[in-house]
Design a protein around this ligand. Structure first.
Ligand code: NDP
Length: 296
């Protein structure tokens, strides 16, 4: 069997066209959704992510602000910028691009963001609401994975979802989403990590395997059940002398071998990647709708 490819570009385009309609209807009422990003320092990968977020706001006709702070800024300076954005009515949602320089306390920074503007869904209030099944915002990467699964027609109810990885950004919220009651969820969820014993015996039980480890091509074909749906969140840069740049991106899954066993699979690049920004935009639109008094 060669697996069907689930492509983030296709799924995100579908979602963007729905978002455009919601943005148009907000604008018809005089509201332009606004998203701000604070970037501290000059980490090259963060600069790329922040630029992409700004470009996507522009493409969608949203208001966007990028606030650049030097890498030697103090925690107090960052906190006062966060306080300004918390109070700024043009900004419906904002985020602080991570990682932060070492002099800053990431937890304190996340906790300072007003929960109703926390479009990254990292604030403990929003994480709690996700767990209790009453989320305001969706965690971007896991929600993107869920959309890929649902919009490619994969049934989740009663299925065994195995999540490899337990980070606060991907693994834990992924598990929380899939175990909820309701469409696109209702799954039986197992989370595995570096302390798990006999990991392959568990991944082989997965009807849907979501992998977020940061270990290049770790998941091999013998670790996957025939016909499983495999979602590869991992992005790892590996040396490749045949590539013009001398390196290329690979996932956490041994794609070439696993695609012969899975029923559906996401490639890297081109799989989950585009979904994270897409779901961030969805959160920003939702924040604008709520500040406009809409209940959805
Ligand atoms: P973290 O490093 O925070 O977490 C990795 C998780 O994988 C940990 O829970 C760790 O276990 C587990 N793990 C690592 N090695 C093993 C192993 N040998 N066996 C079992 N479990 C293992 O990473 P993130 O969750 O932030 O990211 C994971 C990957 O996803 C990365 O490649 C990242 O670049 C990518 N990513 C992609 C995004 C996208 O938009 N496409 C967005 C976010 C992340 P333990 O907890 O025990 O240490």
């Amino acid at each position: 069997m060669t697996a069907k490819l689930i492509l983030g570009k296709d799924v995100s385009e579908e979602i963007y066209s729905e978002l455009r309609q919601r943005i148009d209807s907000l604008k018809a009422r005089g509201i332009t959704p606004g998203l701000a990003v604070i970037l501290v320092g000059d980490d090259p990968a963060s600069q790329v992510y922040v630029r992409k977020k700004g470009e996507m706001c522009e493409q969608l006709g949203m208001h966007s602000e990028i606030i650049r702070m030097s890498g030697d800024s103090t925690q107090d300076q960052l906190m006062s910028k966060i306080a300004e954005l918390n109070a700024d009515p043009r900004i419906n949602g904002f985020l602080v691009q991570l990682p932060l320089p070492p002099q800053m306390d990431e937890t304190a920074v996340i906790n300072a963001i007003a929960p109703e503007k926390d479009v990254d869904c990292f604030h403990p209030a929003n994480v709690g609401r996700l767990l209790t099944g009453d989320p305001d915002f969706m965690p971007a990467t896991p929600a993107g994975v869920q959309q890929m699964i649902v919009r490619s027609g994969v049934e989740t109810s009663g299925k065994h979802v195995v999540v490899v990885g337990r980070s606060n950004i991907v693994g834990k919220p992924m598990a929380a989403l899939m175990m909820q009651k309701g469409p696109g969820a209702d799954a039986t969820v197992t989370v595995v990590h570096s302390r798990t014993r006999d990991l392959p015996s568990i991944t082989r039980q997965a009807d849907i395997l979501v992998v977020a480890m940061g270990r290049p091509r770790f998941i091999t074909a013998d670790m996957v059940k025939d016909g499983a749906v495999v979602i590869d969140v991992g992005t790892n840069r590996v040396d490749d002398p045949t590539h013009p740049k001398g390196s290329r991106l690979v996932g956490d899954v041994d794609f070439d071998a696993v695609k012969e066993k899975a029923s559906a699979i996401t490639p890297v690049p081109g799989g989950v990647g585009p979904m994270t920004i897409c779901m961030l935009m969805a959160n920003a639109v939702r924040a604008a709708e709520r500040s406009a008094g809409d209940s959805q």
